[in-house]
Design a protein around this ligand. Structure first.
Ligand SMILES: C[S@@+](CC[C@H](N)C(=O)[O-])C[C@H]1O[C@@H](n2cnc3c(N)ncnc32)[C@H](O)[C@@H]1O
Length: 418
């Protein structure tokens, strides 16, 4: 078998490690446009490190190698190496991720090294098959996980393949490597959402767009998202009404003054389970089982719920400020699922709650509504209309497959072989 002549790679000699480390650390705080925002992956590698390491594995070190008759003298090698280092320094910067000038410099250096390797192996018996200077070898990461490595190989100009045992990893890799490449450079085909037609600026921008890279695909995903949200709204939108901030609400909660008369979009409805009080004098009343009344413990933005008892009724009031210790405790009594009756302070033991739940006697009550304000979240008291709308929702479908009957151990059942 004829030995393959393979010059030492840059990574075997030297790397600008400090620059790679700084860029890799910085990447952790990038939130927009990073694969980590596509899907969480526990062993995600920084793209900067993957890009730098791949590049340094693909380019030849310029130093002289007597046995191959390859390379240049020490002084010249230093100069050439510094040039390659500069490519790495530029490559690892987040803002250069899609900078074609920087990427092309890197791609050309890789192709040049490949041509050198092909030349060294021009007399290899399989040279035609293995050492085509016009075609870089393809890249395959068989354990691709979050896909950082095949994504960067593709970016550096290699035909890239990824595989993994885990279907989530396969999905991430399809979304990052396979699908965008398939639709690269194509314009979107989905109908422009009606809201965009009114938006002249967006329509003009679209008309002049070249739809390079995955821009067309991204625009189609956005258009499809619009369609999905419109369809969802048609079917279930009536269950998600906005909240009108009334004069009475402002009188009770002065922080709402800035929103008086406005309709705010709801982000969340906070409910509590309730159970009939075990105290015989109060057992006609449903009391809340709340493990914390704290809505926000952010410094300067604290908010909590205060239950206000009036005779044999109670309501939830929103208070602003640092939550007091009793708010942090909700209606809980020590550890475990033990609570206090809001009216009588009678302990409600977990055994009692369990029996009531088994008998189908638990109920629920809306505690607070979280809405989107101009500069963050706004906490609102429960709203009768919203509460009754939610109670009216009757699902038309329910799963009919068997579920594991151990609620603490939810692993999938064994495959059944027919
Ligand atoms: C450490 S992770 C890979 C991380 C990845 N290189 C990255 O940059 O994010 C190892 C991966 O190997 C996969 N794996 C383990 N055994 C495998 C097997 N027999 N066949 C294919 N993939 C396997 C795991 O599902 C996991 O995603």
């Amino acid at each position: 078998m004829t030995a393959i002549k393979s010059p030492k790679k840059l990574i075997e000699v030297a790397l600008p490690l400090d620059d790679i480390n700084v860029a890799a650390a910085r990447e952790k705080s990038i939130r927009h446009g990073h694969p980590s925002t596509l899907h969480l992956w526990w062993a995600r590698r920084p793209l900067a490190a993957a890009r730098a390491v791949l590049f340094a594995q693909l380019v030849n070190d310029p130093g002289y190698q007597r046995e191959l008759g390859y390379g240049v003298n020490k002084k010249e090698a230093e100069i050439k190496r510094e040039k390659l280092f500069q490519i790495i320094r530029d490559l690892v910067k987040w803002e250069n991720t899609t900078n074609e000038e920087v990427l092309n410099r890197a791609r050309e250096a890789i192709r040049e090294s490949w041509r050198e390797t092909c030349h060294l192996n021009r007399n290899h018996p399989q040279a035609a098959e293995l050492f085509n200077p016009e075609k870089l070898p393809a890249f395959h990461d068989p354990f691709a996980g979050g896909g950082a490595i095949p994504l960067e190989a593709q970016r550096l100009g290699l035909e890239s393949y990824a595989s993994d045992l885990n279907p989530v990893a396969v999905m991430i890799n399809k979304a990052m490597i396979e699908i965008p490449a398939k639709f690269s450079g194509q314009q979107p085909v989905g109908p422009i959402p009606e809201t965009d037609k009114d938006n002249k600026k967006k329509a003009t921008r679209d008309a002049f767009e070249t739809w390079s890279g995955a821009k067309g695909l991204a625009e189609d995903v956005r258009r499809y998202g619009h369609w999905m949200s419109k369809e969802a709204f048609k079917r279930i939108g009536h269950f998600y009404p906005k909240v009108r901030i009334t004069h009475e609400m402002v009188a009770e909660q002065p922080d709402l003054k800035a929103y008086e008369g406005e309709d705010l979009t709801v982000i969340a409805w906070l409910w509590t389970r309730t159970v009939k009080s075990p105290n015989p004098a109060f057992n006609h009343l449903e009391v809340p089982l709340v493990s914390s009344f704290v809505l926000s413990s952010k410094k300067g933005k604290g908010a909590y719920i205060e239950p206000v008892v009036d005779g044999d009724q109670y309501r939830f009031k929103i208070k602003l400020g640092t939550p007091p210790s009793e708010a942090k405790q909700g209606t809980k009594l020590g550890r475990g699922a033990n609570f206090n009756c809001l009216f009588s302070n009678t302990p409600i033991q977990s055994k009692y709650i369990y029996e009531q739940a088994q008998a189908g006697n638990l109920s629920q009550r809306l505690m607070a509504v979280v809405a989107q304000g101009k500069s963050g979240r706004v906490f609102l008291p429960p709203n009768k209309q919203h509460e009754s709308l939610a109670r009216e929702a009757k699902p038309e479908w329910q799963p009919d497959n068997l579920m594991p009957d151990n609620p603490r151990w939810f692993s999938p059942p064994m495959y059944v072989v027919a």
